[in-house]
Design a protein around this ligand. Structure first.
Ligand SMILES: Nc1nc2c(c(=O)[nH]1)N[C@H]1C(S)=C(S)[C@@H](COP(=O)(O)OP(=O)(O)OC[C@H]3O[C@@H](n4cnc5c(N)ncnc54)[C@H](O)[C@@H]3O)O[C@H]1N2
Ligand code: MOO
Length: 393
């Protein structure tokens, strides 16, 4: 069996970043830019007032000084003349500062009578003029290597980009396998259960920026699996769930091999998730996840999402790890890296009482996957351990 690290590097070797496509900025949230965008215009494109008040040509006016109001500069409606000594222009927030303006006196600091203003005592120092290009200059280049955030979208809009070139979203075909499985939309017989992994994984894929295509559940036969693989045509990645172990009806490994899978690895020294496999089948990368619900979700977090992120142009990186003190003492770990469901409390990480990989309820309650390296010795409460956050922060 190979280590988690080795399995991840085999998986990274199977995929590469996808090509690019142009999308309207409105649809670009969460996508990754394929190339940097350039501002054609400075922002602000002119010196602009930061406050409502009066533009004057003095940098440091005295209290009691008087000015004649000669016009107005409103947002979207500039005052076109030069501002001369002794003159003031009524100005509103965001409006262009007239030529010659040295500062804005906020309206709270003046007394206005007709077309005259008088500066009050101790006027606010100002100058309340935002210089042209204070946010960014023309030619400013923006190309973060991350999924575009709402603030990134606002910045790109401010840069005048209505369409951006982004990496294509990976399309992931999900194939559940097992005669016992029934979609929650259907009625199970007494010896069947509701399939859940396909929906959990689809949600995980979509939250990470991919597109999930859930295929009909395949039965435990090669013919059924073969039909499912045919339906997966066009996907960037095929994920099978279940049938990966050594049982009489675990047909994924043998069927996929007969269907031409060039297997990269099978079985990883981890818990849960041991019967994981991956390779290429008919030119497409396939990841075969174990069927136990927690095993498939843990493998989704540890392997599938990092692989998707590489396909999205985000580089090769394992799921980010954090550290926390342990809130309980634990006995030594065995030979497999253990991903334990745990909750984060005031004293640190508390592993769930049961780590049965069939108990999805305990995963839904967990905030973290606490990681115990292979052969990790006894750990005492208070010792610092690593974990992967499940709470999205
Ligand atoms: N003799 C051995 N038996 C098993 C071993 C082993 O090494 N030797 N490994 C165990 C481990 S670890 C795991 S994990 C499971 C994984 O087996 P499979 O990948 O073949 O999964 P299945 O047998 O098809 O299913 C296991 C379990 O999960 C349920 N399941 C499957 N798919 C779904 C789904 N989409 N949604 C919800 N639940 C699903 C299935 O009904 C089974 O209960 O093998 C152990 N056995
Ligand atoms: O490795 Mo299995 O994935 O423990 O339940």
């Amino acid at each position: 069996m190979i280590s988690v690290e080795e399995a991840l590097s085999h998986l990274f070797a199977l995929v590469r970043p996808l090509g690019a496509e142009a999308v309207p900025l409105r649809q670009a949230a969460g996508r990754v830019l394929a190339c940097a965008c350039t501002a054609t215009r400075a922002q602000p494109p002119f010196d602009a007032s930061a406050m409502d008040g009066y533009a004057i040509a003095d940098a440091d006016p005295l209290s009691g000084a008087q000015y004649r109001v000669v016009g107005e500069s409103a947002a979207g409606h500039a005052y076109r003349d030069n501002l001369r000594p002794g003159e003031a222009v009524r100005i509103l927030t965001g409006a262009p500062a007239p030529n010659g303006a040295k500062r804005i006196i906020i309206q709270e600091d003046v007394l206005r009578q007709g077309d005259r203003i008088t500066i009050g005592d101790d006027p606010d120092p100002g100058p309340y003029i935002r210089r042209k290009g204070a946010d960014f200059d023309a030619g400013f280049s923006f190309g973060p290597e991350r999924r575009l955030t709402p603030a990134d979208i606002a910045l790109l809009a401010a840069m005048g980009q209505s369409t951006v070139t982004v990496i294509r979203q990976p399309s992931v075909a999900i194939i559940s396998t097992g005669d016992e499985l029934v979609d929650p939309a259907d009625s199970p017989a007494a010896d069947q259960i509701y399939a859940c992994n396909h929906l959990g994984l689809a949600a995980m894929i979509e939250a990470a920026g991919g597109r999930a295509r859930i295929l009909p559940i395949a039965g435990d036969t090669e013919a059924s699996l073969s039909a499912a693989f045919d339906m997966a045509a066009g996907a960037d990645l095929i994920v099978t769930i279940g049938g990966a172990s050594v049982g009489d009806h675990d047909v994924v490994a043998t069927s996929a091999a007969r269907l031409g899978l060039n297997r990269s690895f099978y079985k990883v020294a981890m818990r849960p998730g041991k019967p994981l496999m991956a390779g290429r089948i008919a030119g497409t990368t396939m990841i075969g996840l174990p069927g136990n619900p927690v095993s498939s979700m843990v493998c989704g977090t540890v392997f599938l999402i990092p692989v998707l992120r590489k396909m999205m142009g985000l580089g090769e990186a394992p799921a980010p790890r954090k550290t926390s003190p342990l809130a309980a003492s634990l006995g030594a770990n065995g030979p497999r890296e253990h991903y334990m469901r745990a909750t984060l409390g005031p004293k640190g990480l508390l592993p769930a009482e049961s780590q049965d990989s069939a108990r999805i309820g305990l995963l839904a309650q967990a905030d973290a996957l606490m990681i115990r390296p292979p052969h990790d010795p006894d750990r005492q409460s208070g010792e610092v351990v690593e974990y992967i956050s499940l709470s999205g922060d």
